[in-house]
Each structure stands twice: as structure tokens, then as C-alpha cells.
Ligand binder design. Structure first.
Ligand code: F6R
Length: 363
């Protein structure tokens, strides 16, 4: 039941504040996070963390890597599940393996999970499907609690995955004494406000997303750029747009543009630049200027407290005010809305894009 929405995708985008609330319910004391029986596994002494998944779930893992490295100071590798088995992977009993799958039945992801177990790793799953193979076969699972996701293009499960990575990384940071009690308390206070900020972001960006959709729909190719976590977001933005609108979209680390793809930027070509991270925003700005100098149409998604003096982009989407650490959750939302409205403009089959299946049970 679409509950009055035209598509499941739009309904699911709008469910995200509630999903965030559910994930965080009863998780916090004043300055600590309670992750239940997963904590026993997280408390192990690991030399590295390895994250594996496919598609959008993989993109959540890329964000997870930055968070775990930043908060817990443990080296993290992220590998697409369909590649993991065909390379030397250095997984052993000192590896914490995190397997991410909305459906819990993705064949490659499940195969990677089994391989990790064979090699003696402890496996934590992030899944939206209780009783699924990934859920059953892992040592412990974190339920995403997003509710059924019907739209083939994942939205609420992705945001749930990203949020769970925040919780996991903060907990790992606490367990490793890498994050002070005071800082954790601050972050927890922010987290409690996040569902409301997600709500605000959805309402605030609906109109501008429609306008952007109108402006980009005739182009054959669209680019997404960012650095650090913003690059992980760029990858997800490009995937979402291409899978439902069928417009070719690619993401690049912002600094890579001039090593090849800049040749494709000419008058009007749409470029989405994401700058939610203060420490790299200025650098991305110079890449935006390279795009503008060639007539590219720049849509900037940025955090409130990042100031630029001279930039005059085509559209500037400023996310609601929040510690920049959380802006990555919010930045996913305009990317979802822009994909949705572009596909809508183009009359695509939004909830069931051609050639794709919700659960990919072949390798
Ligand atoms: C894209 C999308 C896919 C899935 C991928 C993994 O919007 O939904 O890329 O993320 O097929 O699926 P799960 O998470 O079920 O393993």
C-alpha cells in the first residue's frame, strides 16, 4: 500500500525520519551507546575491519570505513562482495567482518560472508530482513528496522545502514578509548535531533529537487563529485540517478576529474558537487571552478557552516544546521529526491526500473 504516495520510492523516502527514530530508540544512556549482544563481538581485539556488500549497501560501507577509521582508529577495508573471493583478502581470526545487505539474500554477499567465517573472522551483519540467510549465518546481526522496502531503488535502508555505521563506529571508538566521554555525549545529543533534521531536509528540498530534475532531464550524462565521505555520497547519488532515470551518471573523487573526465564537461553538462566535510570543502571548490570555467551546470550540496566567498553556482542546496559529522546522512536525501523527480519527469517506471531486481540471488 502506497499510503497516498504516487510511488513506493517517495513513500520510503518520507519514512526515513521514523526509521532513524526506530534505530536509535533505547540505544542511548547519557554518554554511551547500547548495542546489545553485538557489543561482545565489537569488544574483540581486531587488527582490521573488513566491510563487504553490493551496490547501495556497498556505498554505505564506504561511509562506514571513514567513520570507523575516524572514530575508532582501526584500519578498514571495503570490498564489493562479488570481488572479495577472487583476490587475496587477508581475512583471519583477527578480522572483524561487517556484512551489509538489505534483503539478506544477495548471493555474492552471502558467499563473502561464508568465506569470512571459514577463515575464522567474527561476522556482524547489518540487514533489514530478520531470518534471512545473512541474518542467520552471521555471528550477530544489527536489524536495520527500515520496514519492507518495495522500491527497487534503495532509500530508507541505505540511510538506516549509514546510521548504524555511525552507531557502530562510535561504540568501537568508545571501546578502544579513542573517543572521550564528553565528545560522545555531544554526539549523542546531536544524534537525538537527527530524525527531525532528516524530516526538515525532506520538506525543504522537495521543490528545488523538482526544478533541478527539470534542468537535468535532457542531458545524456551527469557527474557527481566529492572528496572523502562526500565521494561515497557521490557514488550513491550517481547510482540512484542512473538506475531509475536511465541517464548515464558517474561519480569521481573531485580531484580526479581533471585526470580524464573533465574532457566531457561542456556547456550545460550537469555536475553535482557535495561538500559536507569542512576539511576538504575548499579543495572541492577549486574543482567546481574547473567545471564552471567549462560551462558546466553546477549543483552544490553543502553544509550550513561551510562558507565560500565567491562561488556562484547554478543551484546551492544548504543542508539544515547540524554538526558536520551528520551532514552525510542529510546529504543523501536531496540526492534521492533529485533522482526521483528526474525519473518522474522522464516517465520512468520508478519502483521497478528495467533490468533490475530487488533481491539479487544469482552471482
Ligand atoms: C540500488 C540497490 C542495489 C542493492 C544491492 C544490494 O538502489 O538497491 O544496489 O543495494 O543489490 O542489495 P542488498 O542490500 O539486498 O544485499
Amino acid at each position: 500500500d502506497k499510503q497516498g504516495y504516487d510511488h513506493f520510492m517517495l513513500k520510503e523516502i518520507n519514512e526515513q525520519p521514523d526509521v532513524a527514530r526506530r534505530i536509535m530508540a533505547d540505544r542511548f544512556t547519557e554518554s554511551d551507546i547500547d548495542l546489545g549482544d553485538i557489543e561482545e563481538i565489537l569488544a574483540g581485539d581486531y587488527k582490521k575491519v573488513m566491510i563487504t556488500a553490493c551496490g547501495t549497501a556497498y556505498h554505505s560501507g564506504l561511509i562506514g570505513r571513514f567513520l570507523i577509521e575516524e572514530f575508532a582508529d582501526i584500519p578498514v577495508e571495503v570490498e564489493v562482495a562479488s570481488e572479495l573471493r577472487y583476490k587475496k583478502n587477508f581475512i583471519d581470526k583477527n578480522t572483524l567482518m561487517i556484512v551489509v545487505s538489505q534483503s539478506g539474500e544477495t548471493a555474492d554477499t552471502l558467499a563473502a560472508l561464508r568465506l569470512a567465517k571459514e577463515k575464522g573472522a567474527r561476522v556482524v551483519a547489518l540487514t533489514n530482513s530478520i531470518g534471512s540467510s545473512v541474518d542467520r549465518e552471521s555471528d550477530a546481526s544489527f536489524q536495520l528496522m527500515a520496514g519492507p522496502e518495495i522500491s527497487v531503488a534503495s532509500t530508507k535502508a541505505y540511510v538506516a545502514m549509514v546510521l548504524v555505521f555511525y552507531l557502530l563506529s562510535l561504540k568501537l571508538g568508545k571501546l578502544n578509548d579513542n573517543i572521550s566521554e564528553a565528545r560522545l555525549k555531544e554526539l549523542i545529543d546531536d544524534l537525538k535531533r537527527l530524525p527531525y533534521r532528516i524530516q526538515e531536509t525532506i520538506s525543504e528540498f522537495a521543490e528545488i529537487s523538482k526544478e533541478i530534475a527539470e534542468a537535468i532531464k535532457e542531458y545524456r550524462s551527469v557527474f557527481f563529485i566529492g572528496r572523502n565521505i562526500d565521494y561515497a555520497l557521490a557514488l550513491e547519488g550517481a547510482l540512484k540517478l542512473k538506475e531509475i532515470s536511465y541517464i548515464h551518471a558517474e561519480a569521481h573523487p573531485a580531484g580526479e576529474l581533471k585526470h580524464g573526465s573533465l574532457a566531457l564537461i561542456e556547456d550545460g553538462v550537469p555536475v553535482f558537487a557535495i561538500t559536507t566535510r569542512e576539511k576538504v570543502a575548499k579543495k572541492t571548490l577549486s574543482n567546481i571552478e574547473e567545471v564552471m570555467a567549462r560551462g558546466g551546470q553546477v549543483n552544490l550540496i553543502t553544509a550550513k557552516n561551510i562558507e565560500y566567498d565567491k562561488i556562484e553556482v547554478d543551484n546551492k542546496l544548504v543542508l539544515p544546521e547540524i554538526d558536520n559529522i551528520w551532514s552525510s546522512v542529510l546529504a543523501a536525501i536531496p540526492l534521492q529526491l533529485i533522482s526521483y523527480y528526474t525519473a518522474l519527469e522522464l516517465g520512468r517506471n520508478i519502483d521497478k526500473p528495467r533490468n533490475l531486481a530487488k533481491s539479487v540471488t544469482v552471482e
